[in-house]
Design a protein around this ligand. Structure first.
Ligand SMILES: Nc1ncnc2c1ncn2[C@@H]1O[C@H](COP(=O)(O)OP(=O)(O)OP(=O)(O)O)[C@@H](O)[C@H]1O
Ligand SMILES: [Mg+2]
Length: 462
């Protein structure tokens, strides 16, 4: 389903605005995830590494000192050596914890060396402690002075190297966090600015499109109003110009009727009846045009009699076109408009139903006039070709017609119906399906309920 142009601009503008804010948020989210990962590496890896290695380095030195002190003392050396044993266990625990962490990039190479050097130093420390336990002080002293020195120095150096590595990695990570945070903040400000600019441009485009649409609507309404005014003037002039020749025809018919035989008189009376309705119609239109398109106060007509008369007028045309014309009995009510105006409405709708029947296989027109509460509803339903949606939208405007090769007309019928009905406080509408037929309806306010039921309202078939 497509949108009208001004609505498309609005929808597009909203979509662009939403998309730009979504993009800005997605970018921010992505940067935050990276920031989280960096912070988490510092918190769960680099910082604990520094802590374990720092404690390990201190522990190694303390162990060395305890071994020296333990062997040098003659009194209380067993207590010192006991402390050295605990220190050895704590050292192995700290370095073990460190080695269980995930290695940072480049850190793995340091670990082999650290493992080997530390094992060497702790093995010597353990051998010294075992010699002491076996009261072999001379072996313990030899080990301490010949091998322990170098092994402890090497282990000390590798722990220090790993520590320096982790400290520098922590600093590097912290720098990255800071730089990323600053860059993200700058980009967010830029993206927000861009999104706001896009939203402002989109709003401006939508505003222009809707202004243009409003202007076109106003122009269209002005054009319609001008056409309707023309129509009023036109109908006023035509009505006025028709009235005088009509009087001449009426007088002529009356004169001929006086001397005519009974057979001819039947035709003359029928012609006089038709003439009367033309006169009523013209009178109504004239009154309507002269009252600046507002209904005259106190205008009244009887629903059923007007409908029956119009149906009688069209009976011959319907028969000639092989159309079954059915009029369903209506309510005995009066409508608040003149006979001429209501005749014009009914006649236009019925005339169209017959005129546009074309070669439809089922040929039927049903006219219904019903009163519900204070509303009269006149419907004219046909089994003709139907009206496509595009024409349905515009056909109540003056001079709009369907593409017809044979059916004549100027496209004023429905415009007149709408104008008359709305000017009398009513509404008009249509339901149609191409290929199935059309139903036009008109609703007008009831003026009063007739005292006597209208005898002319009966079902008839042409
Ligand atoms: N009952 C109908 N079935 C099919 N098409 C219809 C029907 N009534 C109206 N139309 C279409 O709507 C158009 C407008 O109708 P409208 O009565 O305003 O003008 P018109 O009949 O063409 O000319 P005019 O009524 O001025 O002689 C018609 O040209 C026709 O295409
Ligand atoms: Mg018409």
């Amino acid at each position: 389903m497509g949108f009208p142009r001004h609505q498309s601009a609005l929808v597009l503008a909203s979509l662009i605005t939403v998309a730009s804010f979504v993009a800005a948020t997605a970018y921010t989210q992505n940067r935050l995830v990276t920031l989280d990962a960096l912070s988490s590496t510092i918190e769960t890896n680099a910082a604990p590494s520094v802590e374990y290695l720092g404690r390990g380095g201190v522990g190694l030195r303390r162990l060395r000192q305890l071994l020296y002190d333990g062997l040098a003392l003659s009194d209380g050396h067993s207590l010192v050596l006991q402390t050295a044993r605990s220190q050895l266990a704590a050292l192995e625990q700290d370095v073990g914890n460190y080695l269980r962490l995930t290695p940072l990039p480049g850190e793995g190479e340091l670990w082999d060396e650290l493992r080997a050097d530390l094992r060497h130093a702790t093995d010597i420390a353990r051998s010294i402690l075992q010699a002491e336990e076996a009261r072999d002080t001379s072996t313990a002293n030899v080990l301490l002075r010949s091998e322990a020195e170098g092994a402890f120095d090497r282990a000390d150096r590798t722990i220090l190297a790993a520590l320096e590595f982790d400290v520098s990695e922590s600093q590097q990570l912290a720098r990255e966090v800071r730089a990323l945070r600053r860059a993200t903040l700058d980009t967010i400000i830029l993206l927000d600015g861009l999104a706001t600019a896009v939203a402002a441009s989109a709003a401006f485009i939508a505003y222009r499109a809707s202004r243009r649409h409003d202007r076109l609507l106003n122009e269209h309404s002005a054009l319609l109003a001008a056409r309707v005014t023309e129509l009023d003037q036109f109908s006023g002039r035509v009505a006025h110009d028709i009235l005088s020749p009509l009087s001449t025809v009426a007088v002529g018919l009356a004169l001929v009727g006086r001397t005519a035989d009974s057979h001819v008189r039947v035709h003359i009376e029928r012609a006089q009846g038709a003439l009367l309705r033309v006169r009523e119609l013209v009178d109504g239109l004239l009154a309507f045009a002269q009252s600046s398109a507002t209904p005259g106060s106190g205008a009244r007509c009887t629903l059923n009699s007007v409908v029956a008369n119009i149906a009688a007028d069209y009976a011959e045309a319907a028969r000639a076109a092989h159309i079954d014309l059915i009029v369903e009995p209506g309510a005995p009510v009066e409508i608040a408009c003149s006979v001429g105006v209501f005749s014009s409405v009914a006649q236009n709708l019925l005339g169209n139903a017959i005129k546009y029947m074309g070669d439809a296989p089922v040929r039927q027109v049903i006219v219904r006039a019903k009163a519900t509460g204070q509303i009269v509803r006149l419907t004219v339903e046909d089994t003709g070709p139907g009206i496509d949606a595009e024409l349905q939208e515009r056909m109540f405007e003056p001079f709009v017609r369907g593409g017809h090769d044979t059916a004549g007309g100027i496209g004023l019928g429905l415009a007149t119906v709408k104008r008359l009905v709305e000017a009398h406080g009513g509404t008009v509408g249509v339901k149609s399906r191409v290929g199935s037929g059309t139903l036009f309806w008109v609703e007008l306010p009831v003026a009063s309920i007739s005292i006597q039921s209208d005898s002319e309202s009966n079902s008839q078939s042409a």
